[in-house]
Ligand binder design. Sequence first.
Ligand code: SF4
Length: 274
Amino acid sequence: MVARSSPDTRAALGARSGRKRAAADLLLPRETSIKARRSNAAKSTAVLERLARAIPRPHVELTFEDPWQLLVAVILSAQSTDRRVNLVTPELFRRWPTPAALGAAEPDEVETVIKSTGFFRNKTKAIRSASAMIAERWGGQVPRSVPELLEIPGIARKSANVVLGGGFGVTAGIATDTHAMRVARRLRLTLEAAPEKIEADLCKHFPRESWTKLGLRLVLYGRYVCTARAPDCKNCPLNEVCPSRLTKPEGSWQERADRQAAEMEPRAQGFVRP
Ligand code: SF4
């Protein structure tokens, strides 16, 4: 019996066994032939169109009321789940409703509230320091640029993109978390492993105006459809353009996208959308 390989394994094997084949599937900026450019453009268009139909209302799955709350929630979500974070933030923001208040909070009291999100001592330090910095340096307003956000403790590039896109509707890049990176690699939109390089590859090949929603869609798609262990390739609207597919598709891509949308739509309820 032939063992079935995972999409990641196939992608890795593909990359090792033949650069030519990988290059043909990858959206490479160096490719100069008209045919390759048309093929890449067609793939980009298909990914955008099909993901948009499968996830009509992309959203961040963290509950928040303003950019500062989103920033704090993003820090808390490291090594945790959005659901777990959403359980602690109502109490956190009830007790310390402003950046100045949280920045001056007693560490052990904050630790008690956020403990269930894990790594609570480091996270307490990060959210207190970040909040104090926002209060003192920016008058309580979260800055709207990536360089400034990167100065805040606990904020890396992915988090900055989430805060700008989800909190302000400002497009600065594509948020590439573990789910988005997995989907991008399986689709052979990149062969890179580092988040910054994956983001750079994606930004090269998709129009800027699509970045924020594409990032949110890739995260949701990786979380619920193209999962690490059991990707739903049969019902995936990207099946025809995915070199890592495990099975043949069922029905047209539109039918598959509509099936995914029916599952996704209830998940968008109650969340802020950019
Ligand atoms: S076909 Fe779809 S679900 Fe399967 S690996 Fe590709 S993107 Fe993921």
